[in-house]
Design a protein around this ligand. Sequence first.
Ligand SMILES: Cc1cc2nc3c(=O)[nH]c(=O)nc-3n(C[C@H](O)[C@H](O)[C@H](O)COP(=O)(O)OP(=O)(O)OC[C@H]3O[C@@H](n4cnc5c(N)ncnc54)[C@H](O)[C@@H]3O)c2cc1C
Length: 306
Amino acid sequence: MFVIEDIQQYYRGRIALNEPLSKYTSYRIGGPADFYFEPADKDDVIALVQHLHEKSIRFFVIGNGSNLLVSDNGVRGVVLNLERGLNQIRTDGEIVYAEAGARLTKFVDFCIQLGLQGVEMLAGIPGTVGGGVIMNAGAYGGEISDFLTEVEVIREGKVLNIKKEAAQFAYRRSGLVRDVVVSASFNLQQGDKAEMMKRRRELLIKRNESQPLNFPNSGSIFKNPVGNYAAKLIEQSGLKGTMQGHAQISEKHGNFIVNTGGAFAQDVIGLMRLARKTVLEKFGITLEPEVKLIGFTEDIVKEFCN
Ligand SMILES: Cc1cc2nc3c(=O)[nH]c(=O)nc-3n(C[C@H](O)[C@H](O)[C@H](O)COP(=O)(O)OP(=O)(O)OC[C@H]3O[C@@H](n4cnc5c(N)ncnc54)[C@H](O)[C@@H]3O)c2cc1C
């Protein structure tokens, strides 16, 4: 049981009770968190996470909420958002150190300004460095783990540095899902700044042309099955444009479910269920969600994670 008075001696960040998580998800969907924290800085994050660990209080960390579907009932318990207190980026030669709450767009811009090459493909991914590391975010043939050397995490109350080789990165996953990511270090090579800016511009145009960015969404709903594309399978199932409530399988991109205004998480779940069932019947392929389901009942989580 979480008791606010227990941390009031030292905690310096923001606390909100019954905070609507729809304010913090790119979907603009999600019920309230009982306790919502925005720690003030790194020491505040570490002290708070250690306290929660000592008291065996479960908590959930959100980044920019760009890969989350939060239930309409919200989250019972504690949610931490690190964007406010952990957003520094600095460099030591070709090593770039980025705190977990820094936006990927800011990280990419920082690297390009210094002529450090390799992470341009992350431009346009609306997450944070922490969320990007947990998801091993990537696009256009590259992943955040490509140039990463080390991740600083809080694991079971202890601050540790995990080498890339021990972090078990794979397609849209990492082995760090039980950790709190504090920062990540990257080793980048000098490159041609004008070339990098050109590549970033081209990739942003490509995104704009192919993704329904005019509606709130959470990016790709499903992972691409090996050797195939979730978007193609959903499109060939004839589902583009299908609506439930105010949620819609995008007409522009089959693997995006968009919030056309006032959609509920249950509507998105309904469309995910329909897409999975239809693709399985038609192609014999089970689609695995890329979006993280938060605050749902165990049967929903089991349904989508099996
Ligand atoms: C328009 C759009 C386009 C997108 N395009 C892409 C794309 O091209 N490629 C791609 O890979 N993704 C894409 N995404 C999805 C999303 O942006 C990425 O998955 C991103 O990395 C999520 O980061 P986040 O900070 O928003 O994390 P969140 O969505 O807040 O969280 C995602 C997961 O990370 C965990 N997490 C977040 N921060 C921490 C932390 N500090 N410590 C521990 N756990 C943490 C959360 O608990 C959750 O499990 C897109 C999303 C949108 C809306």
